[in-house]
Design a protein around this ligand. Structure first.
Ligand code: UDP
Ligand code: MG
Length: 345
């Protein structure tokens, strides 16, 4: 790949987005052409099991100098996909965006203008958000709680249409953590951040890749990754609960001595007990969230595994470049749905 100077890198994580990609390509090309800057687009295929990779490679064939495709060995999650894109990016500015067209690509020039005006992180928040009600309500709560806990002050944690200056991307690349939340990390390093409102569309096609469980996990990553407040809150809660529990114990002891054995009040005691057990389980769980993440860090497994980076000179898709892999590469597209034929579409 040539080392021509790149002004803007666009990083797009892709996981089972075959239904959205054609429309994305259609809208992206004029935006990039109209930008008047040297651009590169990095798609990171996060272990898609549909024909996303074939579609990406076909698009790359049409734009071999600007489009690169990083193909993961499995599904490592949206944030890992973006991190891989960051590592491969070369632009002075890096823009991230979802593949499902919920963020309009037409907003990219505004982000670039703000970055060029000297803002090192440009965040966006969604106005008139087009998502299911439960997502909107949950998101509002999570944004509020997260800001309280982490003190980061981001308006919309979930909106991934964002721009970063090279310096910020380099800082993020130097963070080796295995669970992270990129907008929050960037905000930590930002000196002159900006936030702008952007339109939000309904998902173009396909379904959200975040079910309730994945959303909760992602938010735990955010909370534990950027704050110790949950641990401290549990300690404080433990102290608060201990005081009335101790007083209750004294009371019961006094009654035992003064009135003799009593059987009444068993259910009250049970209720108190269940309450305390609930708090204990919650506390163990919260401590466990941190311990689990520490365990992940000390195991030091790779955060993601790249199977192949498709990059090269014009003239069709060149032989895939095996990525930091000493073992001889087998057919790189062996697991691809659609196979070799689809790649040449
Ligand atoms: N995504 C990914 N890996 C995942 C989940 C999602 O690369 O494990 C990508 C997905 O293809 C999309 C973006 O991350 O480009 C946002 O995902 P989605 O639209 O499902 O999230 P939502 O908008 O519902 O929060
Ligand atoms: Mg989406």
């Amino acid at each position: 790949m040539t080392s021509a100077h790149v002004r803007v890198s666009l990083v797009i994580p892709v996981y089972n987005e075959e239904e959205s990609l054609p429309a994305l390509f259609r809208r992206l090309t004029p935006v990039l052409e109209g930008l008047g800057r040297s651009c590169e687009v990095l798609f990171v295929n996060d272990g898609s099991r549909d024909r996303s990779l074939a579609f990406l490679l076909a698009y790359r064939d049409r734009h071999p100098t600007t489009v690169r495709v990083v193909d993961f060995n499995g599904n490592f999650g949206q944030h890992m996909a973006i991190l891989a894109g960051f590592e491969k990016s070369r632009g002075d500015f890096v823009i991230t965006m979802d593949a499902d067209l919920q963020n309009p690509p037409e907003e990219i020039p505004r982000l670039v203008a703000l970055l060029e005006a000297g803002h090192d992180v440009v965040g966006t928040y969604r106005v008139d958000r087009q998502d299911p009600l439960f997502r909107k309500v949950a998101s509002r709560m999570v944004n509020g709680i997260t800001n309280r806990i982490t003190g980061l002050g981001l308006r919309d944690y979930g909106c991934m249409l964002r721009g970063y200056a090279r310096r910020i991307v380099d800082y993020i690349n130097s963070c080796p953590e295995t669970t992270t939340f990129i907008p929050a990390l960037a905000k930590k390093f930002a000196v002159n951040p900006a936030e702008i409102p952007v339109d939000h569309a309904e998902r173009n096609a396909g379904t959200s890749k975040y079910g309730l469980y994945r959303l909760i996990r992602l938010n735990f990553d955010l909370m534990t990754g950027f704050s110790l407040v949950p641990l401290q809150a549990v300690t404080l809660l433990g102290m608060l609960v201990s005081i009335p529990s101790f007083l209750l114990m004294l009371l019961l002891l006094a009654r035992r001595l003064l009135l003799g054995p009593e059987a009444e009040g068993v259910f009250t005691l049970l209720a108190i007990n269940f309450f305390l057990m609930g708090i204990t389980m919650l506390s163990v769980g919260i401590a466990g969230e941190y311990v689990g993440r520490i365990y992940q860090e000390v195991r030091r497994r790779p955060r993601f595994v790249i199977r192949t980076v498709y990059e090269g000179e014009p003239g069709g898709t060149p032989p895939p470049v095996p990525w930091q892999d000493a073992t001889p590469e087998k057919e790189p597209l062996a697991c691809m749905v659609g196979g070799e034929e689809a790649r040449r579409d």
